[in-house]
Design a protein around this ligand. Structure first.
Ligand code: LAN
Length: 728
């Protein structure tokens, strides 16, 4: 066994876990009995995910050349594809505020968490506690914060770990140092209030009345960013109804453990705005504080009961629609857990909507070597499959018969995952037929760049001679809808003209950030223009217009505007800020790729030259590149001490596509990638690759395959093969 039992925390038998997937990419972990387990061997994908292939066998050939190294990587990566879905399941983890939702929803509704899940969730938290102070942060590698520590302490206790266990004792000490649970940010206070561990009068209001305003009001919540509105729709219902669970002996005990003062002596209403200093990333504006003050008075003295009932009824109807539009998954785990509680309150334990939504929550739980946790979403299936296909084609691997089936499976997954139904009318959702999501079709949300990248991946396969057998499996007319969706997503406002956002086009002013109540995240209220999303959109549109005629002129115009936006978005030093990957390196690669598609290269474009020079200036002594999460938080490049394979690949890809003239610079980067390759052909996890809302890191475990494969492939295309030396 790879990870030993730590501090006497029991570990389940890894050989009994199975990852069950569906053709639509749903992922569920199942724990079999010993007998059943013997009859049903674990597949390679599951074994890899649990680190059960240990020690790893070496690849069949020791690579003498870069092309052999590439082939070994491809063989390894294709070996861990899940055959049923055609995807690469992975523990898409990092955020430390997801599991609380599943655990509170279970506790609140009296649903029993299966024993193996319970044990492994405990183990994950024990394994990720801060090595020095024993707390937890916003994400797995963060400093300890009040939010992270309170939430995960409560999770551990509800899962059954004793308050006297050394892990709890240590975490409690840190929590007290951070001032106790009173300093939790808004969402933390809401989870605690639901558990009756905090008084609702100490939680800032989240009025559902906003949802009954006419949509024409420019700040209507259905114009907000899709995640924020989904969370506040459900949380608003619970907060305005002041829903809380019954006090149990365990909760009474917790009331004593998490505060620095006796519970009854705490003046909750005077702590509405108390947020621990370590947690505070986005302080309240004076406007928000004033509005909250008025809302509190309104709730206490003015709000008529009929209006409250009316707006909560509206919120409930919208939530039901959201659940139907997302096959009961909800857009992501935070809103999903709040919504499951609303459905329970409305329908009871036997309610069919409640039961479905609770059941679907297990698709967000994912098992890994460190234990089990709730992921950032129900997976990254579509996104990874797009890149897997693209990187196998660009590097020439797709021509090799041994990867044929892998590509067929991924292609068929993408074909199955395209939306073919619209959302329920009245649910304030845009047209989605023809688009693609980030995770699964069932999750139901269009993502701009996922749609473009999927469109491109499908077209690459449809255009290739090696896959003629697949040509009849996809009707090219289905891409008309995709094109319509993508073109409709381009922003037209003067400030963000030509850009693309994440899920929808920008529907409200960024001034709404003045009422951002979350305290721990920036830029969550509305959609923003994102340079990476714009780059991907350009890539999809250009690729499409090179081989298809539909809306040709509209596409040209859209591309022209998008490119203008990308050029405008460049900072004076030549960099682009990346919002979804860390950080300038990620955005730099995407921007240089998009610019290369319109013929801009190092030689002929000032923008490209500055972009490349920015990146090359950060090359480390070991030949590679590495950027830390701090860059995303502080908006300035922060180099890691030693290079990281994924980020080195991003830079190598960007420089190659930009036709950067100095081969040596690129070669040193490539050598680093090759040096870090394991004998098995794989690369190992080094550091988190992704980020969101400026402050939360998240892992993309498939990036360490997709991008090195693409980098090596592009290098070989430009400079040809070369021999590599072995250390031993
Ligand atoms: C993601 C993951 C994928 C990501 C890309 C496709 C990479 C990006 O280009 C567009 C935005 C998107 C789809 C994205 C948006 C925000 C998500 C869903 C996440 C980072 C994964 C988790 C996160 C979600 C918001 C977590 C819930 C927390 C909140 C602060 C609301």
């Amino acid at each position: 066994m790879y990870y030993s039992d730590k501090l006497g925390i029991p570990k389940t038998d890894f050989s009994r876990w199975r990852l069950r997937t569906s053709e639509l990419g749903a992922q569920r972990w199942e724990y079999l009995s010993t007998e059943a387990s013997q009859k049903d061997p674990q597949n390679e994908c599951t074994k890899y995910l649990l680190n059960e292939i240990f020690p790893r066998p070496a690849a069949p050939t020791v690579p003498n050349t870069a092309s052999q190294a590439l082939d070994n990587a491809a063989t390894f990566f294709s070996g861990i594809q899940d055959h049923k879905s055609g995807t690469w399941p992975n523990q898409y983890k990092g955020p430390m505020f997801m599991s609380i939702g599943y655990v509170v929803a279970s506790y609140f509704t009296g649903m029993e968490i299966p024993e193996p899940t319970r044990k492994e969730m405990i183990r994950y938290l024990v394994n990720t506690a801060h090595p020095v102070d024993g707390g937890w942060g916003l994400h797995e590698k963060d400093k300890s914060t009040c939010f992270g520590t309170t939430m995960n302490y409560v999770v551990l206790r509800l899962l059954g770990l004793s308050d006297e266990h050394p892990v709890c004792v240590k975490a409690r000490k840190t929590l007290m140092r951070l001032g106790g649970a009173i300093g939790c940010p808004h969402w933390g206070k809401m989870w605690l209030a639901l558990l009756n561990l905090y008084k609702w009068e100490g939680v800032n209001p989240a009025p559902t009345e906003m949802f009954v305003l006419p949509y024409a009001v420019p700040i209507h919540p259905m114009r907000w960013w899709v995640h924020t509105r989904a969370i506040y729709l459900a949380a608003g219902y619970l907060a305005t109804s002041k829903i809380k669970c019954e006090l149990t002996p365990l909760l009474e005990q917790l009331r004593i453990e998490i505060f620095s003062k006796p519970f009854d002596m705490i003046n909750f209403s005077s702590n509405r705005n108390t947020v621990c200093g370590v947690d505070l990333y986005y302080p309240h504006s004076t406007l928000l504080n004033t509005l909250n003050w008025f809302m509190v008075k309104y709730e206490k003295f003015v709000r008529p009961k009929w209006l409250l009932d009316y707006s909560n009824k509206k919120a409930y109807e919208l939530l039901l629609m959201e659940m139907k539009n997302t096959s009961y998954l909800s857009i992501a785990p935070v809103s999903g857990a709040f919504t499951a509680i609303v459905l329970f309150v409305e329908q009871g334990a036997l309610g069919k909507d409640f039961k479905r939504s609770y059941d679907r929550m297990s698709e967000e739980l994912f098992m890994g070597p460190l234990g089990m946790t709730v992921m950032g979403t129900n997976g990254s299936q579509t996104w990874d499959s797009c890149f897997a296909i693209q990187s196998f084609f660009i590097s020439g691997l797709a021509k090799k018969p041994k990867y044929h089936d892998m590509i067929v499976r991924a292609f068929e997954f993408l074909v199955r995952s395209q939306f073919d139904t619209e959302c329920i009318p009245g649910s304030f959702r845009d047209k989605r037929i023809g688009a693609w999501p980030f995770s699964t079709k069932e999750q139901g949300y269009t993502v701009t760049d996922c749609t473009s990248e999927a469109m491109k991946a499908i077209l690459i396969v449809m255009n290739s001679n090696e896959f003629v057998d697949l040509h009849e499996k996809f009707d090219m007319k289905k891409l008309y809808d995709s094109i319509d969706v993508v073109l409709g997503l381009q922003n037209v406002g003067s400030f963000e003209f030509g850009s693309f956002a994440s899920y929808e086009c920008i529907k409200a002013t960024p001034l709404l950030e003045l009422i951002n109540p979350a305290e721990v995240f920036g830029n969550i209220m509305v959609e923003y223009p994102y340079v990476e999303c714009t780059d991907s959109s350009v890539l999809g549109l250009i690729y499409y217009s090179k081989c298809q005629k539909y809306r040709h002129d509209d596409i040209q115009l859209a591309v022209k505007r998008a490119i203008e936006y990308i050029m405008k978005a460049q900072n004076d030093d030549g960099s682009w800020y990346g919002s979804w990957g860390i950080c300038y390196t990620y955005a730099g690669m995407f921007a240089l790729e998009a610019l290369s598609q319109v013929g801009q290269s190092y030689e002929n474009s000032e923008v490209v030259r500055k972009g490349c020079d920015f990146l090359t200036a950060w090359q480390l002594n070991d030949g590679g590149w590495g950027e830390t999460m701090g860059a995303s938080e502080t908006h300035s490049y922060i180099s890691s001490r030693s290079s990281l394979v994924v980020q080195t690949s991003w830079v190598v890809i960007g420089l190659l596509l930009a036709e950067y003239p100095d081969q040596q610079v690129i070669r040193r980067g490539l050598d680093l990638i090759l040096r870090r390759q394991q004998k098995s052909g794989e690369w190992l996890y080094e550091s988190d690759e992704g980020v969101f809302n400026h402050s939360c890191a998240i892992e993309y475990p498939n990036y360490k395959f997709i991008f090195p494969i693409k980098a090596i492939g592009l290098y070989l295309n430009r400079y040809g093969d070369f021999s590599i030396l072995h250390a031993s």
